[in-house]
Write a protein that binds this ligand. Structure first.
Ligand SMILES: [Zn+2]
Length: 258
């Protein structure tokens, strides 16, 4: 069972080592900006490392947007990050499900997702799996409610899209964590990664506020159960730096077993 953390991008291998993590996730650029990743000096080391590497795409990426000044740059940025992540030997590029904005038709968001994958194919194909992550907020989000997720998967499942289940986002997004793995898999057929986070916000609050396991509103046993049932690697995206994340990793290792 691979368990790790989302860490600062400056020296992700050192951050993994100090946390006792065997998986690590980081951003390649400022998550709020449309910046293409630059080659990293430590690329060879990261590629050769024992730890499993995941890259999180910038938050600003929203390939579902009906606004072409957001959608087109998002598509290109996603492709640039996919290439850079593949250069590092990453197992997947995580990207949020996106949203269409208030008043817009969610159906357009699913069509735009399909177009993002078609664009990638026209550019030579994705060099690693894209893992679409469920989100906590936005009633017009593509991957908050699982009935919407099912419509999204009708659009993208045929392209080999992967799925990242965030326990905080599911809970705050209004999806019951009990039996969640089976419900997700009946839609997507797969869970590639678990983001194992507690939630400061309440059930269905729509708040994307991560907390350390056992500190928030989620019963940690439900997070553990999701990891066990999925058999997927888990990444904590929790606060508290080395100390807080190391404790979360230790808790998951102890209860989810090896
Ligand atoms: Zn997440």
């Amino acid at each position: 069972m691979r368990i790790g953390a989302h860490v600062d991008s400056a020296d992700p291998l050192a951050e993994a080592a100090v946390r006792g993590a065997d998986a690590v996730q980081f951003f390649l650029t400022d998550p709020q900006k449309y910046n293409s990743p630059k080659p990293r000096e430590d690329a060879d080391l990261i590629r050769a490392a024992e730890v499993d590497v995941y890259v999180h795409a910038p938050y600003i990426v929203n390939v579902a947007s009906p606004n072409n000044r957001i959608r087109i740059p998002s598509r290109k940025l996603l492709m640039a990050h996919a290439r850079a992540a593949a250069e590092l030997g990453a197992k997947g590029l995580i990207v949020h499900g996106g949203h269409v904005g208030s008043g817009a038709d969610l159906a357009a968001g699913f069509v735009n997702w399909r177009k993002a994958f078609e664009y990638a194919e026209s550019e030579g194909g994705l060099p690693l799996p894209i893992l679409i992550e469920n989100t906590a907020g936005g009633d017009n989000a593509c991957a908050r409610r699982f009935d919407d997720l099912a419509r999204l998967w009708e659009a993208v499942g045929g392209f080999g899209a992967g799925f990242c289940l965030d326990t905080c986002h599911a809970f705050a997004g209004g999806e019951d964590l009990t039996g969640i793995v089976d419900r997700v898999k009946s839609i997507t057929g797969r869970i590639d990664l678990i983001h194992a986070n507690d939630s400061k916000g309440g059930f269905d609050s729509g708040q994307d506020r991560h907390d350390n396991l056992g500190n928030g509103k989620i019963d940690p046993e439900l997070v553990v159960a999701a990891i066990r049932a999925s058999g997927a690697p888990a990444i904590v995206e929790t606060p508290g730096g080395v100390e807080g994340q190391s404790a979360d990793i230790a808790l998951l290792r102890e209860r989810a077993g090896n």
